[in-house]
Write a protein that binds this ligand. Structure first.
Ligand code: NAP
Length: 253
């Protein structure tokens, strides 16, 4: 590793925050820049240089990599932030910059789960049974796709308020993960939930709703992950740090 190493960490997830700390500790001589989309206003102070906002597509990112002498891109965006991950793959190829993607393992159904797998949000909208009382764990940009279902009740949970207000008879919970199993069970019971809709985000922090649905024997519509281009991947923070160490050629601490 050289003192001129510059790691660009594409963030927006809990893992990215953890990685910002770990990369700084492990590679103190390297420059680290964390990049946020700027979707969430309440950004954490990571104590490292950050930049906010899009790069202007794959071309804009490739220019950034060259201009800022980036020597490694770590893509720690959410598994459903597919556009950013696709752009990162293309930009890194164009700028001949190494890329490691952190891919948290997807959830898989276990005994007692009543999953209905769908491949898109619009499919989830379509397959919801008539007059369902639905818990929707979706983002502020995505939730409005369900508004055409005026026969359903929605309990929507997200981090910041939806871009388009919810239908008047729906309810909104603003919260970040994690939630406890007991809290999820209580929430579903309090609102008479009959269906759960979730993206297959994976990881532990957002898993309690899946367990709660299992306990309450509720059907869960699980939206499959978007397909991403091939890239060097790590499935955990330790694996990613080890791959970074090998790539940057440092012993690490
Ligand atoms: P997306 O659809 O893949 O990205 C849309 C555009 O936003 C990208 O093309 C890029 O703009 C910009 N962008 C995304 N992530 C960025 C980053 N880390 N730094 C700079 N620009 C970024 O992403 P999204 O689904 O809107 O998600 C936005 C952010 O929220 C991501 O960082 C993601 O990690 C986080 N997040 C997403 C979800 C989800 O379910 N989608 C859940 C939790 C967190 P340009 O093309 O102009 O560069």
């Amino acid at each position: 590793m050289t003192t001129t190493d510059h790691i660009l960490l594409l963030g927006g997830t809990f893992e990215a925050r953890r990685l910002a700390e770990r990369l700084t500790g492990m590679f103190p001589a390297a420059r680290l820049t964390v990049s946020f989309a700027g979707v969430v206003k309440d950004l954490p102070d990571l104590g490292v240089p950050t930049r906010t906002g899009g790069f202007g597509g794959a071309g804009g990112l490739a220019d950034f990599l060259t201009r800022e002498n980036v020597t490694l891109v770590v893509d720690a965006t959410h598994p459903f932030a597919a556009q950013m991950s696709r752009n990162a793959t293309r930009a890194c190829a164009a700028a001949k910059c190494p890329l490691i993607r952190l891919e948290r393992p997807a959830w898989h159904a276990v005994g007692g789960d009543r999953w209905h797998l769908v491949s898109s949000i619009d499919d989830a909208v379509t397959v919801l049974p008539a007059a369902s009382r639905v818990f929707l764990a979706l983002g502020r940009k995505e939730i409005s796709r369900f508004y055409i279902r005026d026969d359903i009740y929605g309990l929507a949970r997200m981090i910041e308020p939806p871009l388009q207000p919810l239908p008047a008879h729906w309810d909104l919970v603003l919260a970040r993960p994690p939630q406890s199993l007991d809290a999820e069970i209580a929430l579903f019971r309090a609102h008479g939930i009959s269906q759960v809709v979730t993206k297959n985000s994976g990881g532990q922090r957002a898993y309690a709703k899946i367990e709660a649905a299992r306990r309450l024997e509720l059907p869960v519509i699980v939206i499959d992950r978007p397909k991403l281009p091939d890239a060097e991947t790590a499935t955990s923070i330790p694996e990613l740090l080890e791959k970074t160490r090998l790539l940057l050629g440092q012993t690490g601490t």
